[in-house]
Design a protein around this ligand. Structure first.
Ligand code: SAM
Length: 222
């Protein structure tokens, strides 16, 4: 169910095929969103887990659109065990699985379109999204995303979203992307969430281009 429409609603596009191709036969350290270690994510996750009175091994974490990022490697190294990585591109997950070797067996992998996935884990303590939500240019798809977050996160759990900031790029990986101020993102997650932290960050791409990101950290309150 990966067929969707581009922002102009004219051209149907296959999200799965798009992302599958992006990661195929390519060195992942050359993609624009590559970071050797997702340090801001790791800091936010540690904070969210401690805020819930949990130890790393007891925290259930869902990384949506996790791609081939090393977040999972670093979380495993830090003692986290309840990690699920979801991505629409098997080629991306395969990169991480190869890199991790036997350690990949300690992770739950889901290859699916997040918005149409009926296998999301339950009772998740933390939903992490770096550079996925901002691709949702269609209000219906955004509403679907918010609905899924709401269903997956219980009251007291945390949501961490990295999107492009107000001065960020308008396209990424050949796709249109949204840019968000803290107010705009807070208004997306306005019912039942409180933004507890936000920060603008500059990501330097492997090609040396600076991109502005907004880090937004929410608590599910009702
Ligand atoms: C810009 S990359 C970011 C990857 C990773 N979060 C990181 O920081 O390195 C966006 C990722 O989201 C995945 N993705 C895009 N749309 C998706 C969807 N609807 N469902 C699941 N994954 C999706 C892509 O395959 C890709 O790996």
């Amino acid at each position: 169910m990966a067929q969707r429409f581009a922002a102009d609603k004219k051209a149907p596009m296959d999200i799965r095929q798009h992302w599958q191709t992006v990661y195929e036969g390519r060195d992942v350290s050359t993609v624009s969103w590559f970071q050797p270690h997702l340090t801001s994510s790791l800091t936010e996750i540690a904070w969210a887990v401690a805020a819930q009175g949990l130890k790393p091994e007891g925290a259930r974490i869902l990384d949506v659109g996790g791609g081939a990022s090393t977040l999972v490697d670093d979380l495993l190294e830090l003692g986290y065990r309840g990690i699920t990585v979801l991505d629409v591109a098997q080629s991306a997950l395969a990169v991480s699985q190869r890199r991790l070797g036997d350690r990949a067996n300690s992770v739950q992998w889901i290859c699916d379109d997040l918005l149409f996935c009926d296998r999301l884990p339950e009772k998740v303590h933390l939903w992490h999204d770096r550079a996925v939500f901002h691709f949702l240019c269609d209000p219906e798809m955004r509403a679907r995303y918010v609905d899924l977050v709401r269903k997956t996160l219980a009251v007291g759990s945390h949501l961490i979203v990295f999107s492009f900031g107000p001065d960020g790029p308008q396209r990424c990986s050949g796709l249109p992307a949204m840019r968000y101020s803290r107010e705009a993102l807070a208004s997306v997650f306005d019912e039942g969430f409180v933004m507890v932290r936000d920060q603008l960050e500059t990501h330097r791409t492997p090609a040396g281009v600076d991109q502005q990101f907004l880090l937004a950290h929410f608590l599910r309150t009702e």
